[in-house]
Design a protein around this ligand. Structure first.
Ligand code: EPZ
Length: 422
């Protein structure tokens, strides 16, 4: 297994291009199941999760061809469709459950393996099931598979979700676009990835209003046609790289970054003593002066502070002046990076969903282990600011959500390299 070696070597300087969003692309790709005509996605990220989704769609009978070194995905689904999403693929990546809505809409039935839990939480699918049941689907769990049937097709309905789940909103959207009549989703998730999916579906001929708000209205249509759609910028990759100059000094411009994707995050950076400036090409980030200030953070659904930036923010606050309180409200087990940061000399107390981070003058390099995608990159950020060498193992987690992380950081002056494993 590969690992990544980082040497803390002071301020960074230069530009980092931000890729298309993993979490948008993973919802956009299953939309190809909704039409016989081709769907082309541009600005696609090159990640192992995208390859897993490609594998899953191929197993369902769709074709996904990566063009231009993987930055363009040509997808189509005009042949016979296999309604079964197999456990062996679904267990590799939870987002596989995003084929449930489109399969139901296209075929009237689907058999999708339940993904099971993951490192950061139990992650049940009850909200997805309730939302699709509201559209008339009968869903039963048998031997670890969700068997969903919509005899006579899906029917428009008004449904309020108990929590603004991102995935359940995406599955409901992709089901309701081909349902008979009008659907209204209340307490919908408002993430930019949802807005991107709605825009793509509209380009395919869907009738949708209200995306980005907590109430989305969908007027079902008989069929969707092909389209070409640019994947939105990855706000989590953006936030991650904005923290690089924040944690070890210097000035970095994140190309393609936009404030509206990371507003609540920028408010916390400002409070911590980090300046963010909009440029013609993106966002320029640097420390104002002196040490980082402690700030309190609570993770919430968009437009609140994103849970996917919590681990990275913790790495920064480990070096702050004073004590910060981080509250994780989205996932029940998302502080696995804390004991690894403690190996680097961080002082963190975790009590349930609350972490108290007592800032230290300087972190020290150590051998640490990645436990999930965002935890892995928080350890790399900590390594950039630490004295000496840090070796992060199990970086396969990282490759799921960050393309060429060591190249991008080296380009702005970081000392970082991948160590090939046996
Ligand atoms: C998406 O996951 C993202 N993944 C996650 O990013 C992100 O952390 C999450 O949204 C929140 O922003 C993708 O888009 C592929 P949810 P999703 O449904 O859709 C509970 C990363 O690092 N819940 O909004 O699975 C759930 O357990 C990943 O890139 C239910 O209880 O998130 C969680 O506690 C990690 N029942 C909370 O809601 C359900 O049916 C939020 O889940 C669905 C969710």
């Amino acid at each position: 297994m590969d690992s990544i070696l980082v040497r803390g070597n002071g301020p960074l300087s230069g530009q980092i291009p931000i890729a298309g969003a993993k979490n948008a692309c993973l919802a956009l790709m299953p939309a190809t199941l909704l039409s016989e005509e081709p769907l082309t996605l541009t600005n696609a990220p090159r990640l192992s999760d995208i390859r897993t989704m490609t594998q899953l769609l191929a197993s369902l009978g769709a074709e996904v061809t990566a063009l231009q070194e993987g930055k363009v995905l040509a997808t189509s689904c005009h042949g016979e469709i296999n309604p079964v999403a197999d456990y062996d693929i679904v267990r590799k990546m939870r987002a596989s459950n995003l084929v449930l809505g489109p399969l139901l809409a296209r075929l009237g039935h689907a058999v999708v393996s339940l993904p099971g839990g993951c490192a950061i939480g139990a992650r049940p699918m009850d909200i997805h099931i309730d939302a699709l049941a509201a559209l008339g689907a009968e869903i039963e769990l048998k031997e670890g598979y969700l068997h969903a049937n919509a005899r006579g097709g899906l029917k428009g309905a008004v449904h309020e979700m108990r929590f603004a789940s991102v995935g359940a909103t995406e599955n409901f959207l992709m089901a309701a676009v081909l349902a008979k009549g009008t659907s209204v989703l209340k307490n919908a998730a408002r993430e930019p990835e949802i807005v991107d999916l709605a825009r793509c579906l509209r380009a395919m001929g869907a009738q949708i209003e209200g995306e980005g708000t907590s109430e989305i209205t969908i007027q079902g249509v008989d069929r969707l046609h092909g389209a070409t759609h640019p994947v939105v910028t990855d706000r989590i990759e953006l936030g991650t790289y904005m923290l690089a100059p924040a944690i070890c000094g210097g000035e970095v411009e994140c190309l393609g970054g936009r404030i509206e994707l990371v507003e609540s995050f920028c408010e916390k950076l400002d409070a911590a003593g980090i300046s963010v400036e909009e440029t013609a090409r993106g966002l320029k980030v640097k420390r104002k002066n002196g040490r980082i200030r402690a700030v309190d953070v609570v993770t919430e659904p968009f437009p609140g502070f994103p849970t996917d930036l919590q681990a990275q923010m913790m790495a920064l606050l480990c070096t702050a002046e004073g004590t910060s309180i981080l509250e994780e409200r989205i996932f029940e087990n998302r502080f696995m990076h804390a004991p690894e940061l403690a190996r680097m000399g961080a002082r963190i107390e975790v009590h349930g969903g609350v972490a108290k981070v007592h800032g230290v003058d300087r972190l020290k390099g150590a051998r640490v282990m990645a436990t999930d995608l965002r935890a892995s990159v928080s350890l790399i950020l900590a390594g950039l600011a630490a004295e000496g060498e840090t070796v992060v193992s199990r970086v396969y987690h990282l490759d799921r959500g960050y393309e060429r992380v060591e190249e991008k950081l080296r380009a702005v002056g970081a000392q970082i390299e991948r160590v090939k494993g046996e």
